[in-house]
Design a protein around this ligand. Structure first.
Ligand code: CMP
Length: 143
């Protein structure tokens, strides 16, 4: 299995619900390691830049307002098959479609306020990790 890195964001509703420890615990139990982390209150420019791929979508403005409504916890996770493992832990984007026991099924209110974000592929992960951490913000794995 390939060791990968992926970007994880606990969104403003996850912070508001005090779920950082609960969510990190799920990552760690699944064998993922947090190798970088920072809490940020995103500016409009940062949120628009991060979600630029969605800029033509009808939900873009609401997404940016939501993502700038409070702090977020941004992390890099490392581990075997980290991208898909993280996505499996999160569940489907729309919590109504998420498998039971996933983070979104357990905690998310709607497709918009869906608690967390995760990279969808290793290539996207590299871009997203660079967006928030640059080249020097990620620690080596300890195991
Ligand atoms: P995320 O994984 O962060 O990637 C893009 C985000 O846009 C997604 O989670 C949702 O929060 C949001 N999103 C995707 N589709 C819709 C939609 N149809 N309506 C509103 N928000 C959406």
């Amino acid at each position: 299995m390939a060791v990968e890195q992926t970007l994880s964001i606990i969104k403003p509703d996850g912070i508001q619900k005090n779920l950082i420890g609960e969510i990190y615990g799920r990552f760690e139990k699944a064998g993922l390691e947090v190798v970088a982390a920072r809490m940020l209150h995103l500016s409009k420019d940062q949120a628009e830049g991060f979600y630029a791929v969605h800029s033509e979508r009808p939900f873009f403005n609401d997404l940016v307002s939501y993502m700038t409504s409070g702090p977020v916890m941004i992390s890099v996770l490392s581990g075997d098959e980290a991208v898909i493992k993280h996505r499996d832990l999160m569940g489907a984007t729309n919590p109504a479609d998420a498998d039971s026991g996933t983070i979104r099924a357990d905690f998310a209110m709607s497709i918009e306020e869906n608690i967390c974000h995760g990279s969808d592929a290793t290539e996207t992960a590299a871009v997203e990790i660079n967006y928030f951490f640059g080249d020097d913000g990620v620690c080596p794995r300890t195991r």
